[in-house]
Every structure is written in structure tokens, then in C-alpha cells.
Ligand binder design. Structure first.
Ligand code: ADP
Ligand code: 5GP
Length: 199
């Protein structure tokens, strides 16, 4: 069995990444979402172990020092990290693994692996603010911080392999599915070439 594809997804907070991803994962079999560790408080409806591993600062440091994160970063005032062990074992089992991480984390993963990287942008900053307010999960301070960070994050979009603008949701879902399907075909080509080289 060939190893799975590592897919990194980044977007400014409130852009719609979780919404898109949920739909893509429901439609495409063989995808595995890497559950990050975070020190942020759970939002209503979020489930520990499904959306995140919600941990204290002490627990975060213990996991980082004991097992090592593939990447970790401080984002909007909280710590977030990806378990190296979890990602490696899923890739080895042949799953295509999705990392939903910020631009700092994506940069670290690029240094250590060869991920397919996808940046999801909002149609405008005004629309981003409307979505973030509409979601109703952030207080004013957190909302302001996320919007300020969004402008910086957008500047990192050039470093990603693919750019998707989440204007109409169905179109964004279709585009992400298309990227994954195309990358699977590319992987199939590479595996076939490697097999031919050994016969
Ligand atoms: P993120 O995971 O990027 O922080 P969410 O998926 O939580 O963002 O989406 C933020 C809000 O925007 C949610 O209320 C969601 O329903 C809404 N939303 C997502 N995509 C669209 C879209 N294409 N058009 C309008 N609203 C959207
Ligand atoms: P939220 O608090 O809205 O769930 O996520 C805030 C930001 O943290 C998003 O940009 C999200 O992609 C990012 N994030 C989530 N998990 C990780 C992680 O493990 N590592 C890094 N670097 N960023 C993460």
C-alpha cells in the first residue's frame, strides 16, 4: 500500500474552512482529519477528541516535549499543535491526511515534508467580518484580533500550491474536492512510475 497524501489547509479565521472541509469529507472517502491539540476553550458544540484535543498549557507542553509536534504555533493568543505520531500512522495506513493549520504551521510542515498546500481566501475582508460576526463565537476582542491577523495571513497565500476563494460555498467545495482528486491521480502516476522502475 502506498503512503497517503499530506494536505495542508489554511485560511483566515471565519473564512469558511471548517464548513467546506465538513462537506468535502462527507463526499470523498479516504480522507482523515488530523485532530490538533489546543489550549483554546471549546466552543459550544465542539467535541473533545473530534474537533480538537482541548488541553491545558501544561498538558500542551508535556505533549510537545514528550512526543514532539510535527508543527506548533501560537495563533490568536492560544497554542495549537499537530501530533507527529498521529499524522505518520495515518499516512502509513494509506489515508490522505488533512491538516487544518495556520500559516506559521504550514511553513514548518513545508520544511519537514512535501505537503500539498491549499489556501482558502474570503471574497473580501468585509465579508470575512460578516461571517465571523454571524458565527457568533467570538467576543469583540477575539474578533478584532482575528480580523487583524487575517490581513497578515492573506499575505502568505502566495506560498501555497492552490488558492480557493470561498465566495459560493458549493463552488469552493467542488474546487477543494477537485484538488484532492487531481493530487490522487498524480500520486497514482508516481507510484506506477516507481513500480516500473523496479521491474
Ligand atoms: P472557519 O473554519 O474558516 O473559521 P467556519 O467554517 O466556521 O469558518 O465559517 C464561518 C461562518 O461563515 C459560518 O457561520 C459559516 O456558516 C459561514 N460560511 C462559510 N462559508 C460560507 C459561504 N461561502 N457563504 C456564506 N457564509 C459562509
Ligand atoms: P480556531 O480557534 O478558529 O479553531 O483556529 C484558529 C486558527 O488556528 C486557524 O487558522 C486554524 O487553522 C489554526 N490551527 C488549528 N489547529 C492548528 C494546529 O495544530 N497548528 C497550527 N499551527 N494552527 C492550527
Amino acid at each position: 500500500m502506498s503512503e497517503g497524501i499530506l494536505i495542508v489547509l489554511s485560511a483566515p479565521s471565519g473564512c469558511g474552512k471548517t464548513t467546506i472541509l465538513r462537506q468535502v469529507m462527507a463526499d470523498l472517502p479516504g480522507l482523515s482529519f488530523s485532530v490538533s491539540h489546543t489550549t483554546r476553550q471549546p466552543r459550544p458544540g465542539e467535541v473533545n477528541g473530534r474537533d480538537y484535543h482541548f488541553v491545558s498549557h501544561e498538558q500542551f507542553k508535556a505533549v510537545r516535549d514528550q512526543y514532539g509536534f510535527l508543527e506548533w504555533a501560537e495563533v490568536h493568543g492560544n497554542f495549537y499543535g499537530t501530533s507527529r505520531q498521529e499524522v505518520d500512522s495515518r499516512l502509513a495506513a494509506g489515508a490522505d491526511v488533512i491538516l487544518d493549520i495556520d500559516v506559521q504551521g504550514a511553513e514548518q510542515v513545508r520544511r519537514n515534508a512535501q505537503p500539498v498546500t491549499v489556501f482558502i481566501a474570503p471574497p473580501s475582508l468585509t465579508e470575512l467580518e460578516r461571517r465571523l460576526r454571524g458565527r457568533g463565537t467570538e467576543n469583540e476582542e477575539s474578533l478584532r484580533r482575528r480580523l487583524t491577523n487575517a490581513k497578515k495571513e492573506m499575505q502568505a497565500a502566495d506560498a501555497y500550491t492552490y488558492l480557493i476563494v470561498n465566495d459560493r460555498l458549493e463552488q469552493a467545495v467542488l474546487e477543494l474536492k477537485s484538488v484532492i482528486i487531481a493530487e490522487r491521480c498524480r500520486r497514482r502516476r508516481a507510484v506506477a512510475d516507481a513500480e516500473h522502475a523496479t521491474v
